[in-house]
Design a binder for this molecule. Sequence first.
Ligand code: FAD
Ligand code: NAD
Ligand code: ISD
Length: 427
Amino acid sequence: MGRAFVYVILGGGVAAGYAALEFVKRGISPGELCIISEEPVVPYERPALSKGFLLPEDPARLPSFHTCVGANQERLTPKWYKEHGIEMVLSTRVKSADVRRKTLLTSTGETISYRILIVATGARALRLEEFGVNGSDAPNVCYLRNLADATRLVEVMQSNTGGSAVVIGGGYIGMECAASLVINKINVTMVFPEAHCMARLFTPQISNYYEEFYKSKGVNFVKGTVLTSFEMDSTGKVVAVRLKDENVLSADMVVVGIGIRPNTSLFEGQLTIEKGGIKVNGRMQSSNSSVYAVGDVATFPVKLFGESRRLEHVDSARKAARHVVAAILEPDKTGDFDYLPFFYSRVFSCSWQFYGDNVGEVLHFGDYTSGNTFGAYWISKGRLVGSFLEGGTKEEYEAIARATRLKAKIEDPAEVERLGLGFATAI
Ligand code: FAD
Ligand code: NAD
Ligand code: ISD
């Protein structure tokens, strides 16, 4: 049994949705494109799962956040895919891939062949078992990667109102889930190994602001340690978390956000892998000319940095998806992807954006006490390479993005520190 398509997108997440829209905008014929996803729904804006989806009142629910609403574009419902003749193969996992034969074998036993494949398999959440801790399958331990996880997290939260949660991990999932748990009237303790939250991106000064803000909302921080085991009751529910520093934290529920691994396994040994992702060129083309990769799974050249990176953020997935379709359909008119890395988050009343790279010397500016508007610049070799801003206006975010994209020259760091946001807005 088998079907053949001109274009196949493997994975039905953010990148798949944005690529589908671009295929339709640029013109494909019905029946040419197929999307295969192990999820049961058509692509949606994954960022909503740790934000609007977790709100206790008027929460975001599908179909409201199907792609491509996150970039203020058309919302692609199941009807939209049907109307455009795009074959959606949902609830179907691809078990193996053969890039020489250009075939994919699905969990239903079907062989799907392609002329061009776009790999958009994203990533999976790392599990505690990979760090030697058992108990992840307990009914009150939650991870958050997909709609099924988010639906379960909501159920567990709702059955623990007024109770306590331990959040393992001080990264994006930890910070956004901790805020959502508080909003759902759950007492939160965050546990992570680093000295401060969001250690991959924030400076200690930036982290300190958010940690104090979270404390003002009742969040307790246990830093510099990790969990070693769970205490379970007779029904298998976690009742406490044991830490390496010998503390024991009682818990009605646990949320785990300890990082991800890109879903590359189908292609290991077949495509070049670099920095944990499928290595692609500026056209998002892998070491096999018929296979492209985008999103969390791809390691691509970031022209601005002069090196390849794998980014785990939605803006990168959206823009790379548009770029890959342009590169496939109009190769002569499409240059190399030229991307300015952009990360953001929204928690409680806070909202920040970051552009560029967090390397080099850091200058902090603004009001870190009131928290109204503050930020930081990263400077390397006399140039602005990264900018962070909390509480900015649309124009101010555009200004820091522009200044970072231009790699603004910095002759007098003290003067830039004094000017603060004014340095970027004047460019
Ligand atoms: P995904 O969106 O993860 O899609 C991958 C798809 O492939 C999934 O549907 C998966 O089921 C499917 N798949 C994988 N393997 C197979 C297989 N073998 N067979 C069939 N299907 C398969 N980024 C931000 O910049 N800002 C945010 O605020 C933000 N919030 C986030 C909140 C949450 C809860 C999460 C989990 C991530 C968030 N991110 C955010 C990151 C962002 O969502 C990802 O960078 C983005 O989704 C990557 O898109 P992708 O298409 O590469 O992968
Ligand atoms: P992360 O990489 O942001 O953070 C992982 C955290 O895990 C680290 O900060 C560390 O504190 C912690 N950690 C690592 N090992 C640990 C251990 N053994 N015990 C306890 N803690 C440990 O990853 P995440 O928070 O899991 O997020 C998953 C993915 O979702 C990432 O790709 C992220 O970019 C994405 N995401 C992004 C956003 C956003 O951009 N706003 C929001 C949510 C999720
Ligand atoms: O970028 C995003 C984001 O942060 C979301 O919550 O996309 C989603 C959509 O805005 C949800 O509708």
